[in-house]
Design a protein around this ligand. Structure first.
Ligand SMILES: Cc1ncc(COP(=O)(O)O)c(C=O)c1O
Length: 365
């Protein structure tokens, strides 16, 4: 087959974007419907919250009527509520449609074409993707044993062109935390340091209270995981006040829609309910880890998030993923460098763990 010539209009597209590989998002159950011949799907592939959101959110959205009106562009009430939740001044907080959008805004704020972003791989692929979209150059620093950040290699990689160091803490997909001393050592370099705490509520470690002590320290958070609001797209950043002001200036005006505003308000009034679910997920994570350890052909890694990463020691991760999918169990598999033969299992409800372990035992036999 002869490759089609790009059309006249396609030739006007920025060449570096035309050539860019996309981001591989997980498949929604709708996309899979009809392709999996089982009645119920156990979806433990995208680190979603198996208990869903607060019932207060569902009620508030069902009762709200004023959808015709734009939401508050300045996010005033929302930022005040987030001040209450985080203990950090509202002037240091900016919200976005998922923490991914804020990552994009921060890269847009700092990067000029060719500026370097240090990325501690293996990690969340969105950092690569949005750095390249924003014209940056990736400097990948491999993590060491048990996926620990190589602080010495990161600091050695800093050049006058380095505009950002990005670190997920806990890391996705490996689940490990970076010690606080290491983060502070990186902050002391003066390079803008973005700590992605998407899974903070499951690990309990944060540097958010320090954002006003370091001019270059920025923290990303999300409601997608602990509050079960991935479908509504709401995240936020905790940043030095000066940077927050710039981000408020450059963001899309009404980025947080009314449904998300209501959802945050209601979630923050139902903290006890949501935190009980977080506690149940943490307990289930430990049980899942213990069960996986019993299977000698898998090597699970300890996790401070709501998922567990495993190496498949005997056999092939892609085949295992396929065999689980045939049984209606969706997990994520990896085959890129440093994650070879890996699968990531999101923590589900106890009955979902039981079904997964039973399926793994059957596959083993
Ligand atoms: C490390 C990390 N950061 C951010 C996100 C995305 O969060 P959000 O749904 O707020 O865009 C994820 C989602 O899986 C993640 O793993």
């Amino acid at each position: 087959m002869v490759a089609e010539e790009p059309s006249k209009i396609e030739r006007l597209i920025r060449p570096e974007l035309a050539a860019l590989g996309g981001y591989s998002a997980h498949k929604s159950p709708d996309t899979l419907a009809g392709r999996i011949a089982v009645e119920s799907i156990i979806k433990i592939d995208a680190n979603e919250n198996p208990y869903g959101c607060s019932p207060r959110v569902i009620k508030a959205l069902a009762e709200y009527k004023n959808w015709y009106a734009y939401p508050d562009a300045g996010q005033t009430g929302l930022r005040r509520q987030l001040q209450g939740y985080t203990g950090v001044d509202a002037g240091c907080i900016v919200a976005a449609t998922g923490s991914g959008e804020l990552l994009d805004d921060i890269l847009c704020l700092f990067l000029e074409p060719g500026d370097e972003v240090i990325n501690c791989i293996p990690t969340f692929d969105l950092y690569r993707f949005r750095t390249l979209i924003n014209g940056g150059r990736l400097v990948n620093i491999p993590r060491g044993a048990d996926f620990a950040v190589d602080v010495r290699a990161v600091t050695a990689a800093i050049t006058p062109k380095t505009k950002m160091i990005i670190l997920a803490n806990p890391n996705n997909p490996t689940g490990n935390l970076t010690p606080r001393e290491d983060i502070l050592e990186l902050a002391a370099t003066g390079v803008p340091l973005l700590i992605d705490e998407a899974y903070y509520e499951f690990g309990g470690e944060t540097v958010a209270p320090l954002v006003n002590q370091y001019q270059n320290l920025m923290v990303l958070r999300t409601f997608s995981k602990w509050a079960g609001l991935a479908g509504l797209r709401i995240g936020y950043g905790i940043l030095p006040a000066g940077i927050a002001a710039y981000l408020l200036k450059i963001k899309l005006p009404y980025n947080i829609n009314m449904a998300a505003l209501l959802a945050v308000r209601e979630s923050l009034q139902d903290i006890d309910y949501l935190m009980a679910n977080v506690k149940a997920i943490i307990a289930e994570r430990e049980r899942l880890l213990a069960e996986l350890k019993k299977l000698k052909w898998l090597k699970p890694f300890p996790s401070s998030a709501n998922f567990v990463f495993c190496r498949v020691l005997e056999g092939n991760a892609r085949e295992l993923y396929q065999k689980l999918q045939d049984r209606g169990i969706l997990v994520r598999y990896f085959d890129q460098p440093l994650l070879e033969n890996g699968i990531r299992i999101s923590v589900g409800k106890p009955e979902q763990t039981d079904a997964l372990i039973k399926a793994l035992q059957e596959i083993e036999d």
